[in-house]
Design a protein around this ligand. Structure first.
Ligand code: NAG
Ligand code: NAG
Ligand code: NAG
Ligand code: NAG
Ligand code: NAG
Ligand code: NAG
Ligand code: NAG
Ligand code: NAG
Ligand code: NAG
Length: 622
């Protein structure tokens, strides 16, 4: 029990087990790579070493039955952003990954800068398909990326003309080698008249549903980018190309025209559009009834509120054809694709044609305030691959104000019984990936259903790399779980659902004894629905509030929380003590809640079978 256990007094300077660091060690003075394995993930996608940010070029190659994931903006020679190129790994199952070219040095680099000027300063983000430039599946892989010829670039500084253009790279050997398209760059100019804040990260796809909306007689491919007009608002420019020629793009228009720093609803429910969009996406998903729902996704810069510096957003919209043949997108619900203060950002997605689903990837940046990063020897990882889907809840009881205010869920018109169907963008870690990770855990712990009235440590669980799955019932006060807890509670992280505030929160105030690391609480909006359980001819009004179903993935410093199929939050924690491995239940003082179906899979091992544990640059160049 955390409350009643004897609290050990941690003397400043006392040693944590294993690595010789304490709360007061000056991490800046430690040798490069000396903390390489301390907080490193085992079962998430990472670069071998150095800096990593956006996921890029995710695709399934049906010719060779293999998945690809590239990672922008890889800088193998430094833990900081710079000399931005793409690294590359492949997988048969989206679980185990192999570096194409090997993990040593910069062998895993796939696309690098230059030698020509148009991409001499950076290979920025983009997407990929297993097609040739005539849109045919013939074993070719095609990456569309932003070629950068001038730096710096940022939404809040003047734009150097022609900084960004869009280019293709092609592979004819399954991604072992890549060649830049001789016609590069294929799109040179941003939309005319736009004084842009940025214009990058092309996301392209074939899209029969959009052909139908726009009355295209021939099949087309579509593309969006992230952009913005200075002093006006962020933008998602929309393009099309005939399927037979993917270098022939026509600008159609902006999807919609938000104003600078506009919000769709309450900023803490719907986020802020900010001043510039990056890493945008545009696609449709079918619901259970076979109806199409249209979604835009975007990373919004500049519209920060405390605890949310940038926003990884999704928007569902109604789509119609403009007179000039473009698509008009009118948002009907907007929410955070991940709530963790952009600790999952640059979220992109691809059509997993093998499994018939849309899979999203996002970049989990570090939250170390740049302290000790040279000792760590790398920065950044990807979150788990997630399925995004149309999430519908039926028979929801709500007042008509709740049902009509703009928020992160769309309420239907009320049905004959007065209840609503509520739709939002569902998100869950890929179920097959989760099953395989569970199978490779060292131990499975099943904890009996129980009412808890005070915090309690779970016996026999000790892990920095685990999944916890549980359902919380009848929570009237904050209830949840404690992870990475040291035996005397000197360090611990509390993950709760607070019914009074409709909030999922990860309290990091005690996550690390190291004061330099960020300790702000990461939180996001989560409202359980009240469901009518009456039969149609039943006169009694029976309702129940949804249980809180949580899946928590802890992997070294990386924490991902999924709730109810429609909420995700990613954050980072850096406990200094090597014995901060405990897992427990949290219940607020004087309260009780039932926790059912609680399972923990601990000791989840590496998903990089060909990498040693230490792939730091000192090892790889040795
Ligand atoms: C840690 O070490 C760095 C580099 O030597 C130094 O600049 C910094 O002031 C030190 N910090 C503290 C708190 O002593
Ligand atoms: C940039 O990175 C690539 C790939 O790792 C490398 O080949 C190249 O030498 C680097 N350039 C600079 C200027 O560091
Ligand atoms: C575009 O924005 C810049 C600021 O970056 C400003 O100096 C310039 O006047 C703007 N140009 C136009 C045509 O509005
Ligand atoms: C494809 O489009 C590009 C750009 O408009 C054009 O230069 C090229 O000739 C086209 N290719 C074919 C085969 O039509
Ligand atoms: C097409 O029309 C829409 C709606 O009026 C407009 O926003 C867009 O800029 C137009 N497209 C072009 C290429 O002018
Ligand atoms: C953007 O809007 C939010 C409220 O939604 C506000 O807190 C923030 O200060 C605004 N940012 C700027 C730069 O105006
Ligand atoms: C390894 O990375 C560190 C930064 O963490 C950098 O200072 C050093 O130069 C790199 N060494 C090599 C061989 O790339
Ligand atoms: C909202 O509900 C109230 C009573 O519950 C009703 O009087 C009112 O007409 C409703 N408003 C709308 C717009 O449906
Ligand atoms: C959180 O971090 C801030 C800034 O470093 C510090 O002032 C504060 O004391 C920390 N809070 C806790 C509970 O450690």
């Amino acid at each position: 029990m955390f409350r009643s256990s004897i609290f050990l007094t941690l003397l400043a300077g006392s040693l944590a087990a294993g690595l010789d660091i304490t709360a007061t060690t000056n991490l800046t003075e430690l040798p490069v790579n000396s903390l390489f394995t301390k907080w490193r993930t085992t079962y998430h996608f990472t670069a071998p070493q150095g800096w990593l940010n956006d996921p890029c070029g995710a695709m399934y190659d049906p010719t060779r039955d293999v998945y690809h994931l590239m990672y922008q903006q890889w800088n193998p020679n430094d833990v900081q952003w710079g000399n931005i190129s793409w690294g590359h790994a492949v997988s048969r199952d989206l679980v185990d990954w192999v570096d194409v070219g090997g993990w040593k040095g910069d062998a895993a680099a796939a696309l690098v800068t230059g030698p020509e000027a148009y991409d001499s300063k950076g290979i920025f983000s983009g997407t990929g398909h297993a097609i040739n430039l005539q849109g045919e599946v013939d074993g070719t892989l095609a990456l569309l990326y932003t070629s950068v010829s001038a730096l710096p670039t940022a939404w809040n500084i003047p734009y150097i003309p022609n900084t960004e253009s869009q280019s293709f790279a092609l592979s004819h050997d399954g991604g072992k080698t890549w060649g830049k398209h001789p016609g590069n760059p294929i799109i040179v100019d941003p939309p005319s008249g736009w004084n842009i804040t940025g214009w990058r990260d092309p996301f392209y796809l074939p899209w029969p549903e959009m052909d139908k909306v726009l009355n295209k007689p021939e099949p087309h491919w579509y593309m969006v980018m992230g952009s913005g007009i200075r002093g006006v608002g962020p933008r998602i420019p929309f393009y099309s190309a005939p399927a037979s020629n993917l270098t022939q793009w026509t600008f159609l228009g902006a999807l919609w025209e938000p104003k600078d720093n506009e919000t769709f609803g309450n900023v803490l429910e719907t986020g802020s559009y900010g001043f510039n969009f990056e890493v945008s996406g545009f696609f449709s998903l079918k619901d259970e009834q076979g109806n199409d729902h249209f979604y835009a996704t975007m990373g919004a810069e500049g519209g920060g509120v405390p605890g949310h510096g940038r926003w990884a957003l999704w928007a569902e919209g109604e789509v119609s054809r403009c007179a000039n043949g473009s698509a008009q997108f009118d948002p009907v619900a907007v929410g955070a694709a991940d709530w963790g203060n952009a600790f999952l950002y640059a979220i992109t997605s691809f059509d997993d044609t093998k499994k018939g689903r849309r899979v999203s990837w996002g970049w989990s940046q570090e939250d170390m305030n740049n302290y000790g990063v040279n000792a760590q020897g790398f920065q950044g990882a990807m979150g788990l691959p997630r399925e995004v889907f149309v999430h519908k809840t039926y028979n929801v009881v709500a007042d008509n104000q709740t049902a009509t205010i703009p928020t992160n869920a769309k309420y239907s018109a009320p049905g004959p019984d007065g209840t609503y169907t509520v739709t939002s963008l569902g998100v869950k870690p890929l179920p097959d990936v989760v099953r395989r990770l569970r199978r490779r855990a060292e131990k499975k712990h099943e904890i009996e259903d129980k009412k808890y009235t005070c915090p309690e440590q779970l016996e026999g669980i000790s892990s920095a790399h685990f999944e916890l799955s549980a359902t919380i019932r009848d929570a009237h006060v904050p209830v949840g779980f404690v992870v990475r807890a040291s035996p005397g509670a000197e360090e611990l992280t509390t993950i709760t659902f607070d019914p009074a505030r409709n909030l999922i929160a990860v309290d990091r105030s005690k996550s690390s004894l190291i004061q330099e690391f960020s300790n702000v609480t990461a939180s996001g909006d989560y409202k359980p629905y009240t469901i009518s359980t009456c039969e149609p001819d039943d006169n009694e009004v029976d309702t129940e509030v949804e249980d809180i179903q949580m899946n928590i993935f802890v992997d070294g410093s990386l924490v991902e929380v999924f709730v109810g199929g429609r909420f995700a939050l990613t954050t980072r924690i850096y406990p200094v003590r090597d014995d901060a491995l405990g897992v427990g239940i949290y219940v607020a003082e004087g309260a009780e809640a039932e926790v059912v179906d609680l399972k923990v899979w601990s000791g989840i091992g590496s998903v990089w079978p060909k990498r040693p544990v230490d792939t730091s640059n000192s090892t790889s160049t040795a």
